[in-house]
Design a protein around this ligand. Structure first.
Ligand code: ATP
Length: 324
C-alpha cells in the first residue's frame, strides 16, 4: 500500500432543495486501501458515493481522484475511466447472458479483442460465474446477480471501486463470496470504498473506517486506530505463579482499570494456571509494554490474550445511532 491518496475531497457539499445531504466533507482515502463508510439511514453515504462516482454534481467543494481534479460541469472522461461504481439498485437485463452483458459494458469502455475477451474470462473467473457464462441473467440467484454486477463495475479495471451496500439482502454465504472478491481486488491493487450496514463485514475487510452522521463525516481513521481509541479491551492473563502477585503488579499500571481473578480451569493446556481478566484502556503498544513489564517483574506468564470489542459496539459506544 502506498501513502498516495486515491481520493481527496475538500469541503464537499450537496444540497437538495432545503435538505443538506452532505456537509463540508473532507475525505481522504489512501491508494490500495479498503475504506468502509458507515452511518445511520439518511446520513449521506449514498449521496457522497454518487458525487465521487460523478453521478451527482456537488453543490460545493472539490474532488480529486488519484490526484486529478473533477472539473465541475464537464464530462471528465479520463477520470471516469478510473472509477468503477456499483450502486445499490443497478438494473440487470434478464434476457441477456452473463457473457453478453459483460461484453456490452466492455465495449462501452472501448475494450478491443483479444483483450476484451481475455478480460471477460478474467472477471467471470474472479466472480466464480464460469458455469453460468451462457445463462440468461434472469435465471441467476440473487448472490450470482450481485457478483455479476460487481464484475460489470470492474470490467475496465478501475483504480477506484465504489460499492454502495454491495451485500445488502444477501445470505451469509453470498456475503462471504462478495467479501472474498473484494479482498482479491484489493490484492490486485484496487482502492475500494464500501458502504454497508453490516459492520462485521466491514470489520473484516477494511483498513479504514469513516462514520457519517447528518451529512457530516464525523470520524475517519484507520480501523486499528479506531479500535485502540474507542474500544474497551479486555485482556486475559494466565500465570503459573499465584494470582495475588500478578494483581499487585497490574495495580501499578494506570491503564489497567479493572482486575478480576477468574475461576480456575480444570482442563485444557492451561489447567493449573491462574487467570486474571483486566479492563485495559491502552493501545497495542501499551499492551505490549504491559506484557513486557510483567515478564520483567518475574511473573511466569504463559498466556496474554487481548479480546477485541466489535465494530458495532464501538459504533454504539461513540454515541451513534443504530445503522439499520
Ligand atoms: N435526490 C434527492 N432529492 C432530495 N433529497 C435527497 C435526494 N437524495 C438524497 N436525499 C436526502 O439526502 C439525505 C441523505 O440521503 P442518502 O441516501 O445519501 O443517505 P444514506 O446514508 O445513503 O442512507 P441509507 O443508509 O438509507 O442508504 C436524506 O435525507 C435523503 O432524503
Amino acid at each position: 500500500m502506498t501513502s498516495e491518496l486515491a481520493v481527496r475531497t475538500h469541503g464537499l457539499t450537496k444540497q437538495f432543495d432545503n435538505q443538506i445531504a452532505v456537509k463540508n466533507v473532507d475525505l481522504q482515502i489512501r491508494s490500495g486501501e479498503v475504506f468502509g463508510l458507515i452511518g445511520p439511514n439518511g446520513a449521506g453515504k449514498t449521496t457522497l458515493i454518487r458525487m465521487l462516482a460523478a453521478a451527482e454534481e456537488p453543490t460545493a467543494g472539490e474532488i480529486y481522484v488519484t490526484g486529478e481534479r473533477f472539473l465541475r460541469g464537464q464530462n471528465n472522461p479520463d477520470l471516469k475511466r478510473k472509477l468503477g461504481y456499483l450502486p445499490d439498485d443497478f438494473p440487470l437485463y434478464d434476457d441477456l447472458s452473463v457473457w453478453d452483458y459483460l461484453d456490452y459494458f466492455a465495449r462501452l469502455y472501448f475494450l478491443k479483442d483479444p483483450e476484451r475477451s481475455q478480460r471477460l474470462y478474467e472477471v467471470i473467473e474472479l466472480v466464480e460465474l464460469e458455469n453460468k457464462r451462457d445463462s440468461p441473467i434472469g435465471t441467476l440467484s440473487r448472490g450470482m446477480k450481485q457478483r455479476l454486477s460487481l464484475a460489470r463495475s470492474i470490467i475496465h479495471n478501475p483504480a477506484l471501486l465504489l460499492l454502495d451496500e454491495p451485500v445488502s439482502g444477501l445470505d451469509p454465504i453470498a456475503r462471504v463470496q462478495v467479501r472474498n472478491i473484494i479482498k482479491s481486488l484489493q490484492q490486485q491493487g484496487m482502492t475500494i470504498l464500501i458502504s454497508s450496514h453490516i459492520l462485521s463485514d466491514l470489520a473484516e475487510l477494511c483498513d479504514s473506517i469513516g462514520i457519517m452522521e447528518l451529512g457530516s463525516l464525523v470520524e475517519s481513521s484507520g480501523l486499528q486506530d479506531l479500535y485502540d481509541r474507542s474500544s474497551q479491551q479486555e485482556i486475559i492473563i494466565s500465570t503459573l505463579g499465584n494470582a495475588e502477585d500478578l494483581q499487585i503488579e497490574l495495580r501499578k499500571h494506570d491503564l489497567v482499570k479493572r482486575c478480576e481473578v477468574l475461576p480456575n480451569s480444570s482442563s485444557g493446556a492451561n489447567s493449573g494456571a491462574k487467570n486474571v481478566a483486566i479492563q485495559f484502556i491502552g493501545n497495542s503498544e501499551d499492551s505490549a509494554a504491559l506484557l513486557r513489564s510483567l515478564v520483567n517483574a518475574g511473573i511466569p506468564i504463559i498466556d496474554f490474550h487481548r479480546t477485541q470489542e466489535s465494530l458495532e459496539n464501538i459504533f454504539f459506544n461513540l454515541g451513534y445511532k443504530q445503522t439499520s
